[in-house]
Design a protein around this ligand. Structure first.
Ligand SMILES: [Zn+2]
Length: 72
């Protein structure tokens, strides 16, 4: 389901809002540490403000999790 999100899709959480693609730099909690990540693409609902990372960003975050897990 999450792979198929597009701009202006109906929000699957509240089923009222529309998802808007946003690109930003943000701090993400990776294994309990806040890590600066650039170019995060996410679809954010304009009603409930919940959001979903796009596929590529999800993969990048997964890789960061694996990296930090191995460093512990
Ligand atoms: Zn919503």
């Amino acid at each position: 389901m999450l792979n198929l999100l597009k701009n202006n899709d109906l929000c699957p959480i509240c089923e009222l809002g529309k998802l808007k693609e946003q690109v930003k730099d943000d701090m993400v909690n990776i294994c309990g540490k806040m890590i600066d990540v650039n170019d995060i693409r996410a679809f954010i609902c304009n009603i409930c403000n919940d959001g979903f990372f796009d596929d590529e960003t999800s993969k990048r975050l997964d890789e960061l999790v694996i990296l930090h897990r191995n460093n512990q």
